[in-house]
Ligand binder design. Structure first.
Ligand code: PMP
Length: 287
């Protein structure tokens, strides 16, 4: 089936979608994005993603071409026409197409660009990988200093992911000054022997994950202790359990780090429990 996508105000078949070669996202990675998951044909935490999009835009002094209400409508229409029951919606807003390539921002009245498309992912929630867990490597964090802004500048995380694949692993945890910042496309956590969830505190060093916010809220509500502080790869290797969160993978166990088993190398009790609570609560609140 040919997907219908949304490009600069129009719903078009993916094969007919066009953007300018002068679009700032293409030339300067001058764009921000969001990925929202769809379960039972409904949007998971749309509000959280819309708020973070606005924050990314504000930080970069970029205008949004649409209101939040319009954005919700576009998401819903794409889910409807593409018949998505489980999947993802990718959204990108750019500073638009300037008249020529120029480092300076284009004039204020340049229309921002916007693209949305769906990715059909049947089995997103019942992902068998969640039963098995994944393996990660550590990888030096050489990204820029504003990782809190969700820009489309993703080449370095892509290199990290490829380094992991070359070593027969699934992902990389990025390390700066001896401490884990986050995964290439997710937030990183450990569970200590005492059952405390540890994850790095929010700052410009990491993306403020929408899934992270929800998971920490549910954990606290379930009386699980949470510590927001940095941890090392060594501490993670010696932890009871480890996991990551993202809007597309939800809560995912990590069972091996740099060839060392976490715990006994199998999925523990806490991570599946958190995944279950997350999915249950988010399905209830989906729009
Ligand atoms: N950190 C990075 C670097 C990411 O790319 C992502 C996912 N886009 C996350 C964390 C997780 O954020 P969220 O839970 O909002 O998907």
């Amino acid at each position: 089936m040919t997907r219908t996508v949304y490009v600069n105000g129009e719903y078009v078949p993916e094969t007919e979608a066009k953007i300018s070669i002068f679009d700032r996202a293409f030339l300067f990675a001058d764009g921000v994005y969001e990925v929202t998951s769809v379960l039972d044909g409904k949007l998971i935490d749309f509000d959280g993603h819309a708020k973070r999009l606005q924050r990314s835009l504000d930080e970069l002094k970029m205008r949004s071409p649409v209101t939040t209400e319009e954005l919700l409508e576009i998401h819903r229409e794409l889910v409807r026409v593409n018949e998505i029951d489980e999947g993802l919606i990718y959204l990108q807003v750019t500073r638009g197409a300037a008249a020529d390539r120029d480092f300076a921002f284009p004039p204020e009245d340049t229309p921002p660009g916007i693209v949305l498309f769906t990715q059909n992912k049947p089995g997103l929630a019942n992902n068998p990988t969640a039963q098995k867990g994944i393996k990660v490597i550590s990888f030096e964090d050489l990204r820029w200093g504003r990782r809190d802004i969700k820009t489309v500048q993703l080449l370095y995380p892509s290199l990290g992911k490829m380094a992991a694949k070359e070593q027969g692993c699934d992902d990389a945890w990025l390390v700066e000054d001896g401490f884990v910042t986050e995964g290439t496309s997710n937030n990183a956590y450990i569970v200590t022997k005492e059952g405390t969830i540890v994850t790095r505190q929010l700052s410009n060093d990491i993306l403020h994950g929408i899934t992270r916010a929800a998971v920490l809220r549910f954990a606290r509500e379930a009386q699980i202790k949470v510590e927001e502080r940095p941890f090392t790869i060594e501490e993670a290797q010696n932890a009871k359990e480890a996991f990551f969160t993202s809007a597309s993978a939800f809560v995912m166990p990590v069972v091996e780090i740099d060839g060392e088993k976490v715990g006994d190398g199998t999925v523990g009790d806490m991570v599946p429990r958190i995944r279950e609570i997350y999915l249950e609560e988010m399905r209830k609140a989906a729009v």
